[in-house]
Design a protein around this ligand. Structure first.
Ligand code: PMT
Length: 418
């Protein structure tokens, strides 16, 4: 398999991580490490108070870069370090952001390397506040945060939970995975799908037989969640219509939970007037039990026959009305096949009036249901066929979003090579 450990939206990005003096400073270590592993260049700036909680050495060992602790550190090219860093940054993340640092940022004070760099920087700023509940709820802190948001800065958290004092309340820093997700969302906000609403279906629908049993399939939702994450990173507004998933709904993605194919059908049609791109990654049950027993079906001697009736074909019905309504502009399906892959996928592409279908051999190892990877072949409505190698589901999603962005601009499969 081709290996892509990096996260596309983070790869090569210059991120400043400002660490201030709160107990959550130890979690900033995880943020620095994960951003670096995902391909970002992370320069850490620490206030004096932050160094009482974690040492600069910890951060420099993880990022492989010098940590700025002194306002007057030279950058080595005759420039002052914080001025040089401010010029080059794609995003400045402050985690944890104490009430004191938030106040400095709001007022434009610049008496330490972190606040001076923030003042000099023209890029976006993302704050992850962490403080005692009283400090957070104090009107002066709230006023500062409002002002910073009005000036275009971004905030993640704080969360409810256990605070340093042992008390429960709001003020706990957002967890590192959430800070990373928000970092991705902010970096991607002006991406190629900005202003585009992407609706994705995911998971295996559950068709009830009785109050405790249902008919379903092995879909975990991993493929759909990878698509939603990628669409978000490309700047899209994303809605995930999903049956129960074995993975979490990504941060910054709207979630519409459903159970049955009929519910997924209704949710999809509700959103249709606002849908620019529809991607069907859900494994929708083609059949459901004709009747749902009110009580748990009892065991009897002999066999049990269950009558199944057809479910609505969601993409098929959306495709049938596409020309009149103009929605969605782009429609993509997946074909889960075990034989005659290309012929079966082509028939689905045509009958559902899709622009593109990705066929996966769900009987092959490492592909299809529940796997981290997928091997898909793309068939578009112009007759182009393009096999992709075995890739992580994240990479399949990223490549598909490149196709979607090109399609929104009126282009075909083009040079989207293997
Ligand atoms: O969720 P994972 O564990 O990560 O697994 C991923 C996956 C294998 C489920 C995914 O890659 C996939 O192939 N999804 C489509 C599964 C499927 O239902 O395929 P199909 O060939 O039966 O349907 C073709 C297309 O029509 C699909 O886009 C499907 O969402 C859609 N469909 C199908 C039936 C139906 N009644 N309504 C539909 O809209």
């Amino acid at each position: 398999m081709e290996s892509h450990p990096h996260v596309r939206v983070l790869r090569g990005k210059k991120i400043l991580l400002g660490v201030t003096g709160g107990i959550a400073a130890y979690k900033a270590v995880t943020v620095a490490s994960r951003l670096t592993q995902a391909g970002a260049l992370v320069d850490v700036l620490m206030t004096a108070a932050a160094q009482k909680f974690v040492t600069p050495l910890t951060f420099s060992a993880l990022t492989g870069r010098a940590v700025v602790t002194d306002l007057w550190s030279p950058a080595g090219n005759g420039q002052i370090m914080h001025v040089a860093l401010a010029r080059e940054t794609d995003l400045f993340v402050v985690a944890p952001a104490t009430a004191n640092t938030i106040a400095k940022l709001a007022l434009g004070l610049a008496d330490d390397p972190l606040s001076a760099t923030a003042l000099a920087s023209r890029g976006p700023l993302l704050l992850a506040p962490a403080m005692e509940t009283g400090m957070w709820l104090n009107p002066v802190t709230q006023q500062h945060v409002r002002e910073l948001i009005q000036r275009g800065m971004f905030v993640v958290g704080p969360m409810q939970g256990r605070l340093a004092s042992g008390a429960m309340g709001i003020g706990r820093m957002a967890e590192p995975p959430q800070i990373i997700e928000m970092t991705r969302k902010v970096l991607g906000r002006n991406g190629p799908l900005a202003g585009v609403h992407v609706v994705i279906t995911a998971g295996g629908t559950q068709e009830p037989l009785d109050p405790v049993r249902f008919v379903s399939n092995r879909s975990t939702g991993k493929m759909g969640v990878a698509l939603a994450t990628s669409a978000r990173d490309f700047g899209a507004e994303v809605t995930l219509i999903h049956s129960p998933l074995q993975v979490g709904v990504p941060f910054g993605v709207a979630s519409i939970p459903v159970g049955t194919a009929a519910e997924m059908h209704a949710a999809t049609f509700n959103l249709l007037p606002r849908t620019d791109v529809l991607i069907g990654a859900a494994a929708v049950a083609d059949y459901r039990p004709a009747t749902v027993a009110d009580q748990k079906i009892k065991k009897k001697s002999g066999s049990l026959e269950i009558e199944l009736v057809r479910n609505p074909d969601i993409l098929g019905q959306v495709g049938a009305q596409r020309q009149q309504s103009g929605h969605p502009k782009v429609m993509v399906g997946f074909a889960a096949e075990t034989e005659d892959l290309l012929a079966n996928a082509k028939a689905k592409l045509e009958s559902k009036r899709l622009d593109l279908i990705l066929v996966n051999d769900v009987s092959a190892p490492h592909s299809g249901f529940g796997t981290e990877t997928n091997q898909v072949t793309l068939l578009d409505k112009w007759g182009d066929v393009l096999p992709w190698p075995l890739l992580s589901k994240d990479e399949v999603a990223d490549r598909l979003m490149i196709w979607v962005a090109r399609r929104i601009q009126g282009k075909g499969l083009g040079d989207l090579g293997a």
